[in-house]
Design a binder for this molecule. Structure first.
Ligand SMILES: Nc1ncnc2c1ncn2[C@@H]1O[C@H](COP(=O)(O)OP(=O)(O)OP(=O)(O)O)[C@@H](O)[C@H]1O
Ligand SMILES: [Mg+2]
Length: 289
């Protein structure tokens, strides 16, 4: 196994969330593949990728959980057309048990939804930090892969949720604004969280091959301006491209999963390929130690 594919160190069971921000990546609490799906700029497709990737990984036989880590502005429920009785907010505030917040999504995977419009999650308090950490620590061992659908940007809440993941999948579009913000986010992840590598998927690509070229350009800028503690530049690993496809918007408007409704459309095929690549490079087969 290469450096890039090695798991981040995991503390022992019973560990508590680190007390100060920025949080080092070693916060990843358990032995499971926890992947943060994040971005610099908002609206680039994180929730679309998380939900459909989860469906594709489930189809490959993996036990998958998606956690809506976009606390305060959650909308995974909208995309999946779910109306949860219990959200993370209820768990954080002690009104419900965690197991009641885990529900089945249409693609056969599990989700924990967050609830929207709660200003208390715009700031990272010690309570949120500990609750969030405990939720992941409790749930992750039950799954082969946990996807954290995070908010965009580099706020302390977003960075904390990303710090709970062993791997980061940055979603970016080819637009210069998205790439500039992706650069900023990667820089913070490399310097504050000591990430040696970050994975990247280019969404809404206009042409095949665009994403690899864009990732290469971004890598060149990172090589020049960002060095990790090890003295090496942070490495961007291109995981795939998803084409701009009108079916994506149609599925969102109908509140249906693209992978279920239009599995043969170009964007769905690209997500299936991404699932294949993630599984083969990153995830252990279900049941294997
Ligand atoms: N490959 C694609 N082709 C066409 N449209 C797309 C594609 N990916 C995403 N979109 C459009 O972009 C919209 C926003 O996507 P999504 O909600 O997943 O972004 P996000 O990064 O999660 O946003 P936020 O930062 O607000 O959480 C979708 O509703 C869809 O209309
Ligand atoms: Mg989202």
């Amino acid at each position: 196994m290469t450096d890039a594919l090695s798991p981040q160190p995991t503390p022992s069971a019973g560990a508590t969330a680190p007390a100060t921000a920025p949080t080092p990546v070693a916060a990843a609490p358990v032995d499971a593949r926890i992947i943060a799906v994040t971005s610099g700029k908002g609206g680039v497709g994180k929730t679309f990728v998380s939900a459909n990737l989860a469906a594709a990984l489930t189809r490959r036989g993996l036990r998958v959980l998606v956690l809506d880590a976009d606390l305060g502005l959650a909308n995974l429920d909208v995309v999946l057309n779910l109306h949860p009785k219990t959200t993370l907010h209820d768990v954080f505030t002690g009104k419900a048990q965690l197991e009641d917040a885990v529900i089945k999504a249409p693609g056969g995977f599990s989700v924990v939804l967050a609830g929207s419009g709660m200003v208390e999650y715009s700031r990272l308090t010690p309570e949120v930090r500990n609750e969030f950490f405990n939720v992941i620590q409790t749930l992750a061992p039950q799954y082969d892969v946990v996807l954290l659908d995070t908010g965009a940007g580099i706020s302390d809440v977003v960075l904390f949720s990303v710090s709970l993941a062993q791997e980061v999948l940055i979603v970016a579009t080819p637009e210069p604004t998205s790439l500039t913000d992706a650069y900023a986010a990667i820089k913070v992840l490399a310097t504050q969280q000591k990430r040696q590598h970050v994975r990247m998927v280019v969404n809404q690509a206009a042409r095949a091959g665009d994403g690899r070229a864009i990732t290469g350009q971004l890598q060149q800028v990172l090589d020049r301006f960002v060095t990790t503690d090890s003295g090496r530049p942070v490495r961007l690993i291109h995981m795939g491209d998803i084409p701009a496809d009108s079916s994506v918007r149609e599925a969102v408007m109908r509140r249906q999963l693209l992978m279920l409704q239009m599995p043969g459309c170009p964007a769905a095929l690209a997500v299936a390929q991404l699932a294949n690549k993630l599984e083969s490079t990153l995830l252990k087969p279900a049941g294997n130690p």
